[in-house]
Design a protein around this ligand. Structure first.
Ligand code: BG6
Length: 518
């Protein structure tokens, strides 16, 4: 079994160039991820890592800085794996937004490449502030570091070398900036070489959505508006915005979580079956389904969303609005719940509710698929039947975090005399059943980029369509929904009252308010 995994994931050796080597993401995630991949034997020996940042530093000084992060990441820290990786990890002080800086990067990459015999393969990783994405990409292009052709027909999988780029979110700040970034990237790289990363696509249960839907026969026939009443996709966090107040004040929950992460889940839940499991087919189905979202009417945005800002907890946290770094009178949302509708044959009339918030009651990421009740209730006249004539509708829950599991609620007969009907929940604990090591999300995705597999990365059109869908909730048309946003929910709650009302208006409720159980 492990052979199959290893051969599936054999990456091409390359030089991995990390712009933003001094940043938090590099130390906390990227290097620990590369350590894990080394430990699992998935990173080819010839791979070299070159960290680039402005601060002067030697290779050894950078290695010494990184080591505690790797130790902290792995309770069973393996000294020899780290030594092996550290020996292949280098540092270059350079300002990558200048021509001289990028020329120095090119020179160092050539040296490392020649010494390791990597044949010119380079994977760039932009782990810098998003304002630097375009300047750096322009310099990569200007310095001639992309040798592989820029026309689709020149991308030859057997060609001598490749150059690819991984870009972190935020991928633009709105529809216009995302399009501009895409154009800049497109001038330097072929679309096949651009890897827009989203760490939610590395989550087990998110990937497992496709297997659940398309490797079983049971679900597909009922996976549509005829049988499904609505879908809830939630990513709730107990933490606040922490030190990132200024960044977050410019961002908010819709940009930070919904347009990016939750749209990935939405696409996997709602898309049509792809022809096969290839990047082209999967990515084109994702684009199709996001394109099928009904544009939210600009004069009725407030009817389709609930936005909030968490208040003070009465202790050390002053609440979002009063935090240092947040602009006075800010209406940036730390909580958002959106109602989205599709205009396609599968989903017309079945709303999808997407919700995310900081300082919520629980850390919980989940997809709730709420089925409709059966067409008729043959038990309704039994003397013991409770609940009017309604049976409790079936419900599937995919828990992405904090545990990984699937559960199905369905009606059953309570054992004993007569017919007493009660809902029962059947649970499959995926995490515990397979006992697989939990991996830092970036590792497998970076290995995919080294293999040239874009399946779990976002395409240009997908990102642009996702921005188009959320823009009404972000621009001036959302002003009415932002009125009275300040302190409108308590830390440790499930968000503002308006979130409950959003569903209640159509006789629905969020999972935690569902009195039917489960
Ligand atoms: C990041 C957001 O992309 O995802 C953070 O910027 C958020 O604000 C994080 O906390 C949540 O990720 P996860 O994997 O913990 O759900």
């Amino acid at each position: 079994m492990s052979d199959v995994i290893a051969s599936n994931h054999a990456a091409d050796p390359c030089t991995l160039v990390i712009f933003g080597a001094s940043g938090d993401l590099t130390a906390r995630k990227l290097i620990p991820a590369m350590y894990e991949m080394t430990r699992m034997g998935l990173l080819p020996d010839r791979t070299r890592i070159l960290g680039v940042a402005r601060r002067p530093k030697t290779d050894d000084a950078w290695r010494d800085e990184l080591e505690p992060w790797v130790r902290q990441h792995d309770p069973d820290f393996d000294e020899s794996t780290w030594r092996e990786l550290a020996a292949r990890t280098h540092y270059l002080p350079a300002d990558a937004t200048t021509s001289e800086g990028m020329a120095a990067v090119g020179k160092r990459v050539s040296e490392l490449d020649a010494a390791a015999g990597n044949g010119g393969n380079v994977l760039f990783f932009l782990s810098v502030a998003s304002s630097l994405y375009e300047p750096i990409v322009e310099k990569i292009d200007e310095a001639g570091l992309v040798i592989e052709g820029k026309r689709w027909c020149s991308i030859d999988p057997d060609a001598a070398s490749w150059q690819r780029i991984i870009i972190e979110k935020p991928f633009g700040n709105d529809d216009t900036s995302a399009k501009s970034l895409n154009r800049t990237l497109g001038r330097a790289f072929e679309e096949e070489s651009i890897y827009r990363i989203d760490h939610y696509l590395a989550k087990e249960i998110v990937q497992s959505l496709l297997v659940f839907r398309f490797a079983n026969i049971l679900w597909e026939p009922v996976w549509n508006q005829q049988y499904i009443d609505h879908v809830q996709i939630t990513a709730a966090e107990t933490v606040g915005v922490g030190q990132r107040t200024a960044f977050y004040d410019q961002t908010g929950a819709i940009r930070d979580m919904i347009q990016s992460h939750l749209f990935q889940i939405l696409a996997f839940v709602a898309m049509e079956p792809p022809t096969d499991y290839t990047p082209e087919h999967i990515r084109s189905e994702k684009v199709k389904v996001i394109d099928a979202l009904v544009p939210t009417p600009l004069d009725r945005v407030a009817d389709y969303c609930a936005l909030g800002q968490y208040a003070s907890d009465g202790g050390e946290d002053p609440g979002f609005a009063a935090s240092e770094g947040v602009a006075p009178g800010s209406t940036t949302e730390t909580f958002a719940a959106l109602e989205l509708q599709f205009q396609n044959w599968r989903w017309a009339g079945t709303p999808f509710y997407l919700r995310s918030g900081k300082r919520m009651a629980e850390k919980r990421t989940e997809v709730v698929v709420q089925f409709k009740p059966p067409a008729a209730n043959l038990f309704r006249k039994l003397p013991d039947f409770v609940g009017g004539d309604r049976l409790v509708p079936d419900r599937l829950v995919f828990t992405v975090a904090p545990t990984e599991r699937l559960s199905l609620r369905f009606e059953t007969k309570r054992p004993g005399l007569g017919i007493h009907i009660d809902p029962l929940e059947m649970m499959a604990d995926v995490g515990a059943t397979f006992d697989a090591p939990s991996l830092e999300a970036y590792g497998p995705l970076m290995i995919d980029a080294m293999r040239g597999d874009q399946t779990l990365f976002k395409s240009r059109t997908e990102v642009e369509s996702a921005w188009d869908a959320v823009m009404p909730f972000l621009d001036a048309s959302s002003a009415a929904a932002r009125k009275g946003i300040r302190d409108n929910y308590q830390p440790g709650s499930w968000g503002p009252d308006s979130a409950r009302e959003l569903l209640a208006r159509k006789g629905r409720c969020w999972r935690e308010d569902d009195a039917s159980g489960g």
